[in-house]
Ligand binder design. Sequence first.
Ligand code: NAP
Length: 307
Amino acid sequence: MSNIIDGKAVSAQVKQRIKEETAKLKEQGIDIGLAVVIVGDDPASKVYVRNKKKACEEVGFNSYEYALPAETTEQELLDLVNKLNADDKVNGILVQLPLPKHLDDKVIINNILPEKDVDAFHPVNVGKIMIGDYNFLPCTPAGVMELIASTGTEIQGKECVVIGRSNIVGKPMAMLLLHKSGTVTICHSKTKNLKEVASRADILVAAVGKPKIITADYIKEGAVVIDVGMDRDENGKLCGDVDFENCKDKAGFITPVPGGVGPMTIAMLMQNTLTAAKVKNGLMDNTVEQEVDTKERTVFNKLFLHT
Ligand code: NAP
């Protein structure tokens, strides 16, 4: 019987930590603000934005929501981004993706100031993650790292397999595991023998977007299995990339969907916003030194616990 990783509980701990720190900053006259921009009426995006707003309230941030119509032009959106870049009350800017088809995600993201890019999607922040010299960790992979840490599993020297190579999940995920000295393999739709590769993993992260494609024969006995997928099964019910019922007895630790990675993503967004406010107010260096060789959770200690 595996241990089920409770993403809600871990995210509540992270948010509590942020709340306490935010209250202390408030005493020093520092208010923290997150601007969330949504364009159009995508129902899933609306839910994400609502949850982000709720999380801001929980930790004591000001949230500024900008809901723009689907026909918003690129220039109008850029004007808003520039306005938020210049707004001292705004520490973090998040433009909810996907944008309507006529808007180019890249153009918009590239115009967010890197120091306010709390999603860590700007090329400057992506590059910093690559060289291990970062402030912001991309929210979902950062959340996964917290979940792995919560199991007490040491990453160093472990076989880590990431399935999926997207810019927002798979690639940064692999990089964070590599920074922690895991031996990392990245799989994708062209990978041959996925089952064989995946079942070598001590730590398996699935970020594919295909309901329940990972069954027990893809996992090693006792592995840590993290399911990033947010999919719908044949009945329209929310599920992950991992067939939870089929895998739960074989895995050592496993995340459920919902209640695993999802809540962590928002908690990490709050963490990045706090970090942005601290950097702006000179309470934190604007880079985080990478220490890959120590056993302790150095990067996360610095970023999340004591910064
Ligand atoms: P994506 O951009 O569509 O990337 C999916 C990746 O999976 C691609 O690299 C693709 O390979 C690979 N892939 C597709 N079919 C495969 C197969 N049969 N075998 C092996 N690899 C395969 O998706 P994403 O944005 O990374 O998101 C992945 C999942 O995570 C989705 O379900 C999404 O909803 C979820 N998600 C959850 C959160 C959260 O907070 N919980 C956050 C973000 C995303 P190619 O590159 O070769 O096409």
